[in-house]
Design a binder for this molecule. Structure first.
Ligand SMILES: [Zn+2]
Ligand SMILES: [Zn+2]
Length: 257
């Protein structure tokens, strides 16, 4: 059985009935759990309302580095992140590729999230793009090794992956690994130990081959899994078993199916 460790079910632009069908399709393909990741604390309650009737969907709480227009105070973040239903803090992190101009607010927000993770004991979901040194330096400086977390939709260097893994972090791979242009990422994925790997769709974005151009959906995590299994020379069943076990080890508050 598979887990989609990172999706944005509230961004799928679907009616409640369509979302129920999307999840039913994924379950039929063997996906047993979905982690619906927040990008805005202000929209957190709406996101929760979208998914609360599905017992196999967990939620996180946080502000995406590229959503700093929705920035919130440390206290607001802490108040929501410590709620019982929240299994992780994020997504947070640093993205200097798409928004170098918002660097200083991104840094403040990222540090707040690390502190909230340590305060609540809930793991971090980290988005990192073109900000390798600052990401690792801040995680070390603010002692993120206590709560650890995941570098999601990873597209950076093996060196960065190894630095994070040394701190106890996991690395999550999306459908980008199936893209023609992703030769470097494929080399990185081959070198990451199976015990440290998660898989995700990041729906509704980044649909894997052969679904490129369509809206992505959690059921397509199967294509991501098949591709990585092939790349690493293990069976799809083994890849699924290990990444699912890793998921529940990291997100221990997520309800096991
Ligand atoms: Zn992200
Ligand atoms: Zn995301």
């Amino acid at each position: 059985m598979f887990v989609d460790s990172h999706c944005h079910l509230d961004r799928l632009k679907q009616s409640p009935e369509e979302l129920a069908e999307t999840l039913a399709f994924a379950r039929k393909r063997g996906v047993e759990h979905f982690l619906c990741v927040a990008v805005s604390v202000k929209e957190y309650d709406d996101m929760l309302a979208t998914v609360k009737d599905f017992p196999d969907v967990s939620v996180s709480c946080g502000v995406h580095p590229l959503h700093q227009d929705d920035a919130c105070s440390y206290d607001e973040l802490l108040e929501k992140a410590q709620r019982d239903e929240v299994v992780a803090v994020g997504e947070t992190g640093l993205d200097y590729f798409y928004s170098p101009e918002s660097k200083s607010v991104q840094l403040t927000s990222f540090v707040d999230h690390i502190k909230v993770a340590n305060e609540t004991g809930k793991p971090l979901i980290i988005h990192t793009r073109d900000a390798r040194e600052d990401t690792i330096a801040l995680l070390k400086e603010h002692k993120a090794e206590h709560t650890i977390g995941v570098l999601h939709c990873f597209t950076e260097s093996l060196e960065m992956a190894q630095a994070a893994i040394e701190m106890g972090f996991y690395v999550s791979i999306s459908g980008i690994v199936t893209f023609n242009s992703a030769d470097e990422l494929r080399e990185v994925v081959k070198a990451i130990p199976l015990e440290k790997l998660l898989i995700e769709t990041d729906s509704p974005w980044l649909a894997p081959v052969p679904h490129r151009g369509k809206q992505n959906q959690p059921g397509y995590v199967v294509e991501v899994a098949e591709f990585i299994a092939n790349l690493k020379g293990v069976s799809v069943a083994e890849l699924a078993r290990q990444t699912t076990e890793n998921f529940y080890r990291l997100f221990s508050l997520a309800k096991h199916a």
